[in-house]
Design a protein around this ligand. Structure first.
Ligand code: NAI
Ligand code: MG
Length: 354
């Protein structure tokens, strides 16, 4: 099988880590029978300054027409409001209907407080439909309102995706990838005790979706979002897959990223029907740009995640195992991890482990 992958480095260290993503794809063992072709695509602030568009139409067209998946580095946001600029990754999610944001957070199982969980965030609705208005109260003071929209369809889709991910994580564990879990678990997060209609619908629909026969081996639990935050920080090892509506998912996923040593370790994927974009969750890191010391692991794990969604679990497991091995040995690490190695040295080490 040959997969065509769009490479969108973006700005700053995006240009240092996306090449590492390409290298690991090219270095995968030939026994996997996987080949890749690549196409370089533009997006980001520098692209905006050059062309007036942060996300050129060509980038979207090529992704739609030619590519099976893509890797997105990071983009810089202007520090002052800039006319005509809007975030290219937000636009990409919309234009490619990437309705889920998936963020695994993992330490090695021998860590003092081990974590191995993934947050599956609905990415099209909830309060982020951006339907807001401001009006005057009878006494003349201002009132602002926002719509929180939850649909049965989107809730069903995201909960089913969480079920699929739980099953796949089990398969990957069965291939010998290090983990603290033994069986698949999905935790539905909501606040339906207060928002009985919106979060109530999310909860009820997620329950139904996860009751499908195909998920019979998946244990399903629920957690009210505020107590979820408490437990996530007290006892993160209790969680495997967490599914949440957009806003809670956004907050939980940034919070969960704080459970591991560095932003440079945390991957993500933007996923739709048959398409996935792997994206390290860090930004363009201007403070270390050009120094050759960006941690490539978030990107390498994002490559694994993209491959999972393209149906290539085995290749994904191979990458995860190699990254874990580098971390367990702990000899070649970038400075954010307390090491002295350069990006390329870490990549070489991980390629050797493949
Ligand atoms: P950042 O994630 O770029 O950096 C935060 C800190 O973490 C910095 O000290 C940086 O050196 C460090 N860091 C991040 N990734 C690292 C890696 N791979 N290896 C080693 N150290 C790493 O966030 P910051 O500084 O708030 O934002 C910088 C720029 O990135 C801004 O323009 C921001 O808008 C943009 N940004 C873009 C995102 C995206 O493209 N999805 C996400 C977050 C921020
Ligand atoms: Mg966020």
């Amino acid at each position: 099988r040959t997969l065509r992958i769009g490479l969108i480095p973006g700005d700053g260290i995006g240009r240092e880590v996306i090449p590492a993503g390409r290298r690991i794809l090219e270095a995968l063992p030939s026994s996997l029978n996987l080949n890749f072709s690549f196409v370089d695509l533009d997006a980001g602030f520098e692209t905006f300054q050059k062309t007036g568009a942060a996300l050129p139409d060509r980038t979207v067209e090529v992704l739609k027409k030619e590519c099976d998946g893509a890797l997105f580095g990071a983009v810089s946001s202007p520090t002052v409001a800039t006319k005509g600029y809007s975030s290219p990754i937000v636009a990409l999610r919309k234009r490619l209907s990437l309705y889920a944001n998936v963020r695994p957070v993992k330490t090695v199982s021998t860590a003092a407080s081990p974590v191995d969980l993934v947050i599956v965030r609905e990415n099209t609705e909830d309060l982020y439909v951006k339907e807001e208005k401001t009006y005057a109260a009878p006494d003349g003071t201002k009132v602002a309102e926002a719509i929180k929209r939850i649909s049965e369809k989107a809730s069903w889709n995201i909960a089913s995706m969480a079920g699929d991910i739980a099953l796949r994580r089990q398969k990957i564990r069965d291939q010998g990838v290090d983990s603290i879990h033994k069986e698949p678990l999905v935790t539905i997060t909501h606040k339906s005790n207060v928002l009985s209609q919106t979060d109530g619908l999310f909860r009820e629909t997620s329950r139904k979706a996860l009751a499908q026969d195909k998920y019979s081996s998946v244990k399903v639990e629920e957690q009210i979002v505020d107590s979820m935050v408490y437990k996530l920080f007290r006892q993160p090892s209790d969680y495997d897959v967490i599914v949440a509506p957009n806003l809670y998912g956004d907050i939980l996923s940034d919070g969960a990223a704080a459970l591991v040593g560095s932003l440079g370790l945390v991957p993500s994927a933007n996923v739709g029907e048959g398409f996935a974009i792997g994206e390290p969750c860090h930004g363009s890191a201007p403070d270390i740009q050009g120094m050759g010391i960006a941690n490539p692991i978030a990107t390498l794990r994002s490559v694994g995640l993209m491959l999972e969604f393209l149906g290539e679990e085995k290749a994904a497991a191979t990458i995860y195992a190699a990254v874990d091995k580098n971390l367990v040995e702990g000899k070649l690490l970038t400075p954010d991890m307390g090491g002295k190695s350069k990006t390329d040295e870490v990549v070489e080490d991980i390629l050797k482990m493949l």
